[in-house]
Design a protein around this ligand. Structure first.
Ligand SMILES: C[S@@+](CC[C@H](N)C(=O)[O-])C[C@H]1O[C@@H](n2cnc3c(N)ncnc32)[C@H](O)[C@@H]1O
Length: 372
């Protein structure tokens, strides 16, 4: 058994799926969604009830949000499961077996201990008295298992930080079961061929997010928290984002565009009929054609203002533009230094390769002004 567990542990750390979200980050994001939760059943399906701050957030805000029900399930072998409190401590089950996944179902939260406030002691007490229930799962707690899928079907909204390595499959499952959700993922997911069409088709969008897209997560791995950029016991993860399909105010905010289009400042690609816009904030207000913008545009995307046409990795990979000699950094990760042909050389041009670009169109561009 010990062997099996350590192998499982090794496999898990190879995938590095165990990062635990801080309560403050959950609070910062979820305050924008309060109106969605009244009378709803919330499922946290990658969350040990006694360890996850998602469970904690919802249970402690159960009445304020007006939730109908909260369900949390955990997964076999999570290295932090049972570390603080577990089903065995709460219900006094005598046979204490590590790695036993279970589900918590909460329908009532109040000051059970009578100490004047609601905290996790009340929650434990409400499980002990059977007013809320804590039961072992039949299987391993995998979100794809029939019993967990049945819980997903029962839920209105799924909220969690799922394992990054299963992100594609996780989102596909949510889509298949037509669920509303708020989940954490990596910025790279925007490029995934399974995820980008959902963003383009307005089936999924970005939430408010972490400051600078950097998050600090509690980590059980040994290589955590070493440099001055880290916090004790935490790992710094860059490119983390919230993904959701619940309507939020941000999605309807118009980007204020301040730049005027000029052919000199916005060169066309050589291999695709669009202009290059190197910074999202430089999108011109008066250009009606297609524009290549950085991936970070997605954070500002308002479907009433822009239409998403595609992504360079699938339409012209990579989109290329001419750049004058000296305007590129030779040897950098996103630049070609290869000369093209004789005429390019005499004209002093080189190919310049861009990062992945999202191709967009302004739905309501201003009419171009005549130069005086
Ligand atoms: C990134 S951690 C996040 C944990 C927690 N949601 C949080 O944010 O603090 C992902 C969690 O998913 C669990 N997990 C991994 N594979 C899973 C699966 N197939 N089904 C359900 N949960 C899984 C891991 O054990 C881990 O606890």
């Amino acid at each position: 058994m010990a062997n099996k567990n350590s192998n499982l542990g090794a496999a898990k750390s190879a995938k590095k799926d165990e990062f635990y979200t801080q309560l403050t980050d959950i609070e910062k994001e979820l305050r924008h969604y309060k109106q969605h939760f009244r009378d709803k059943t919330v499922l946290c399906n990658c969350d040990d009830p006694f360890e996850s701050n998602f469970f904690k957030y919802f249970v402690l805000n159960f009445n304020r949000l007006g939730l109908k029900k909260l369900i949390a399930t955990c997964y076999t072998g999570s290295p932090i499961a049972n570390r603080q409190l577990s089903i065995f401590d709460v219900l006094g089950v005598s046979e204490k077996t590590e790695d036993k996944p279970y589900k918590a179902v909460v329908t009532t939260v109040y000051d059970k201990t009578g100490d004047g406030g609601v905290d996790m002691f009340d929650v434990a007490e409400l499980f002990r008295t059977g007013e809320n229930t804590l039961t072992e799962l039949l299987g391993d707690g995998d979100f794809r298992s029939p019993e967990c899928l049945a819980l997903m079907d029962e839920a209105d909204i799924v909220v969690t930080n799922p394992p990054f390595s299963l992100f594609r499959e996780y989102v596909a499952t949510l889509m298949e079961h037509e669920k509303k959700f708020i989940i954490i993922g990596n910025q790279n997911a925007i490029h995934y061929k399974e995820i980008f069409p959902l963003l383009r088709g307005n089936k999924l969008w970005l939430g408010y997010g972490f400051s600078g897209n950097v998050g600090f997560f509690e980590s059980p791995y040994e290589d955590r928290a070493v440099s001055s950029q880290h916090k004790e016991g935490m790992i710094r993860v860059s490119g983390v984002m919230w993904f959701t399909n619940l309507d939020i105010k941000k999605r309807h905010e118009e980007m204020i565009l301040v730049r005027r289009y000029t052919p000199e400042e916005y060169p066309e690609y050589v291999n695709y009929n669009a202009i290059e816009v190197a910074k999202t904030s430089d999108i011109p207000y008066d250009y009606s054609g297609e524009m290549g913008v950085p991936i970070t545009f997605m954070d500002k995307y308002n479907p009433d203002q822009f239409e998403i046409i595609g992504i360079s990795s699938s339409i012209a990979n990579p989109m290329k533009q001419y750049a004058k000699l000296g305007t590129y950094q030779a040897g950098g990760p996103n630049f070609y230094t290869t000369r093209l042909n004789e005429s390019d050389i005499t004209r002093g041009y080189l190919y310049h390769r861009e990062y992945d670009r999202i191709v967009i169109r302004n739905k309501h561009p201003e009419a171009p002004k005549e130069e005086k």
